[in-house]
Design a protein around this ligand. Sequence first.
Ligand SMILES: [Mg+2]
Length: 310
Amino acid sequence: MAFQCPVNSPFDCLLLDLDDTLYPGGTGIGPALKRNIDEFLMARFGLAADRAAALRVELFRTHGSTLAGLIALGHDVHPDEYHSYVHGRLPYDMIAADPRLAALLQSIPQRKILFTNSDRAHMKRALERLGIDEACFDDVVCFETMNPHLFGDASNATDRTVVVLKPSVHAIVAGMRAAGTNPRRTLFLDDSERNIAAGKALGLRTALVGKRVRSKEADYALESIGSLRRAIPEIWGGVAVVDDELQPDHNVEKNKSMRADLDAVIQPTSIQLTDRETVRHDSDQLCVVKQSKSIKCRTSHVSRVLHVSS
Ligand SMILES: [Mg+2]
């Protein structure tokens, strides 16, 4: 039976990103992660620092992550090797305990899914630093659950050169499956504009976290997860307050500086997911066009049929 929220709310489930969503983007974890990736590329492939940084940016742009790009290009890099290097050495003490967040999450009456591209070890360490019990989430969708084919699961037919991560269609569908709710009654919170764009393209309600101004595909914007109750009172059955300052068409010039921290490689659009996947709306159907594969998939949690065709 589909889950229904016990309060008068338009949402039955929340999909919550972890990094830079449940904790602020300014902790220093992000820059440290980039440094670790560069050092991994330098140590593993003998690259100079500038070449490693350029490759990191290029692989993120073309494949969604450095690891995804390396695997797609045929390099024998196991996810555990990569994650233990780039995540295992992060300065986790930069993430402060957040008892208010713990209370906030406990107060949310809906089903809650933690939906992160990160590996499980990183997720656990970040949650531990925040003081959040993993059990407060009804389910977790993380790197390992989206990519069982990379960990020896022979029953999974996914191409072993493909790494499933947000914002790919398959990752968003994995989140929807875990939610088990109508996408239009499922609220997806993430700090990445392109993840938000992908969620919106597949019918989710969307909230861009860490920004005062909504992106085109975001239904809501909130400066931090701590302002969730004020920004989206509908979660608790409250009435939304329209704040003109938060509308996307107002004060564009004034707010440009606020958006300067957006990743330079992000090119949000309602249809472009990665360089290899494009969503196209054909009448009442949602078509996912890939360059080289012909797959048709259907999920009961997506109200439209997803066609993947060459
Ligand atoms: Mg994030």
